[in-house]
Write a protein that binds this ligand. Structure first.
Ligand code: CA
Length: 226
């Protein structure tokens, strides 16, 4: 699980990110609005925790911008401003939840868990995913194709799942790299090519009904073939 925290009060941001990491969430921090928007637009996060008052660009503007780009990552608004009308404005702008400062970290953690559960339901993570003649079982890291059982490594599975979830959409190498390998890694983006190569070989059973296309100069697209 990868979280993005956008918060300009550095001490609060660092303390929160420390707690989130301790609870097993990979957490990236942005200390201003522009940087927050940049990171949020990568589409690699499972939940975004977004402060409302930020230098450069407000939380409200950020959320409008990412929703406009079709990024549906659940957002929790953090703000010092409370009151019904502020809550309504926040939720209307596209946030999924709203937490007024000061808040307890326990409550924030509970709300993150709730959003992740909802998100899991939406994308059916954990349940089988069927595309073409392939059935993918995320929990088992296994692809079934015509009674053949193909085991994937953890990174292959993450990559395959992201391609499946974004079927018919071109994903850039950078986006795939950020999603699967993250920002704190010694690998570089060329590793994506190697993994796609493995993945194609592994899931290329006869009549798989899918193909992973190379979009020259951009990245990859998984689509069904008739
Ligand atoms: Ca602030």
């Amino acid at each position: 699980m990868r979280l993005l925290l956008v918060e300009d009060e550095e001490r609060l941001a660092d303390a929160l990110s420390h707690i989130l990491k301790k609870h097993g969430y990979e957490t990236d921090v942005s200390y201003n609005g522009e940087d927050g928007l940049d990171n949020a637009l990568s589409g690699i996060y499972d939940v975004i925790i977004l402060d409302r008052m930020l230098p450069g660009m407000s939380g409200m503007e950020i959320i409008k911008e990412i929703r406009k780009e079709g990024i549906g990552t659940p957002v929790i608004f953090l703000t010092a401003i409370d009151g019904i009308s502020e809550r309504v404005k926040g939720l209307d702008s596209g946030a999924d939840d709203y937490l007024a400062k000061p808040f307890s970290t326990e409550e924030l953690l509970a709300r993150i868990r709730a959003l992740l559960r909802r998100k899991d339901k939406d994308v059916q993570t954990g349940s089988d995913m069927v595309v073409g003649n392939i059935r993918y079982k995320p929990g088992l890291l296994t692809v079934f194709c015509e009674n053949r059982e193909i085991k994937l490594t953890f990174k292959e599975a993450q990559l395959f799942e992201f391609l499946l979830l974004n079927k018919d959409n071109t994903l850039s190498k950078d986006r795939l790299f950020d999603k699967v390998w993250g920002f704190n890694t010694d690998s570089d983006v060329t590793i994506v090519e190697i993994y796609i190569h493995h993945l194609r070989k592994k899931v290329s059973c006869e009549n798989s009904g899918i193909t992973i296309e190379t979009i020259r100069g951009v990245g990859y697209r998984l689509k069904e073939v008739k």
